[in-house]
Design a protein around this ligand. Sequence first.
Ligand SMILES: [Zn+2]
Ligand SMILES: [Zn+2]
Length: 138
Amino acid sequence: MEVRNCKGCGRLFNYVSGVSYTNLCPKCIEELEEKFQAAKKYIEEHKGAGVSEVAEAVDVKVSQIQRWVREERLCFSEESAVMIDCERCGAMIRSGRYCDECKNIMARSFGSLYSTNTYQAQKTNKGSAEGKARFIGK
Ligand SMILES: [Zn+2]
Ligand SMILES: [Zn+2]
């Protein structure tokens, strides 16, 4: 156990490795969790709300909202214009860390097991398309 300075309020707190998961004291973690719930609720009630609006409404930094989005804890609705940028190429996305394209590229680089699956999926798709064409032809 060690004593650390809380990043949120600056007070010293007992940091327990494996139990304390951030540089925040238990009180600040609790407050942050409350704000997270408030932000979630705010987005549900104000579907078109933007990041800065939500941040202001629940009194957190914009970067904190974006962090929740990256952690996929917070998700803005389809109507909302809120976007964050893909960490790999900078494309605008709604949640997570990477856009679909980068996810695909990264998945492909995982190796042959995945590419075999993709190949089979394509084959299956092609098969069903042909089946449909035949059906229409009759
Ligand atoms: Zn604190
Ligand atoms: Zn990307």
